[in-house]
Design a protein around this ligand. Structure first.
Ligand code: NI
Length: 189
């Protein structure tokens, strides 16, 4: 087990697409254990493999809070099979130390994935929960998508990025989300 280096925004690997995992080998088991060590060492609640330089479709989560203890979770080859509603989510990312900003997300999602035993599982994360937002955030990492691509206020976020010595938003990466924009109309910001 080891704490790995988390790669910061600006490094090209964070924009690359990760590869499917075909088998939960000993190597993958070690990577997952190291990802948990790394996530806890950095005080995160989620970490995706590309953030430690491994282009594999894996992310880990621990969405526990004092009021709501939850188990550690590992998602391999995850796919969102159902999405509903829209919310505004204040997010940060271990690859953007110190930066927190509001982004658009689906309200609830159903995700299909492989567990550590190689079995297919399906899980629905309920409306607006940390789990639901974290699944969307971490799954994006596997496709080279970052939370700032969903940002609501580009100007303020660019200021924050600059204050933390990180590169500005990449306008060509920003995602058009008409479905979310429509659902969010009338939501007080
Ligand atoms: Ni992240």
């Amino acid at each position: 087990m080891a704490v790995l280096k988390v790669i910061n925004y600006g490094e090209p690997v964070l924009r690359q697409e990760a590869e499917k995992v075909t088998k939960v080998s000993a190597k993958i088991q070690k990577l997952v254990a190291d990802m948990f060590d790394t996530m806890y060492a950095y005080n995160g609640c989620g970490l995706a493999a590309p953030q430690v330089g491994e282009l594999k479709r894996i992310f880990v989560l621990d969405c526990s809070t004092d009021e709501n203890p939850m188990p550690q979770m590992v998602f391999i080859n995850p796919v969102i099979v159902k999405r509903d509603g829209a919310i505004i989510s204040r997010e940060g990312c271990l690859s953007f130390p110190g930066v927190y900003t509001d982004v658009k997300r689906y309200g609830s999602v159903t995700v299909r994935y492989m567990d550590m035993k190689g079995k297919t599982q399906t899980m629905t994360a309920q409306e607006g929960t940390l789990l639901c937002r974290a699944i969307q955030h971490e799954l994006d990492h596997l496709n080279g998508v970052l939370f700032v691509d969903h940002v609501i206020d580009r100007f303020t976020t660019d200021q924050l990025l600059s204050e933390h010595q990180l590169p500005p938003i990449e306008p060509e990466k920003m995602i058009e989300e008409p479905e979310l924009d429509q659902a969010l109309q009338g939501v007080a910001l």
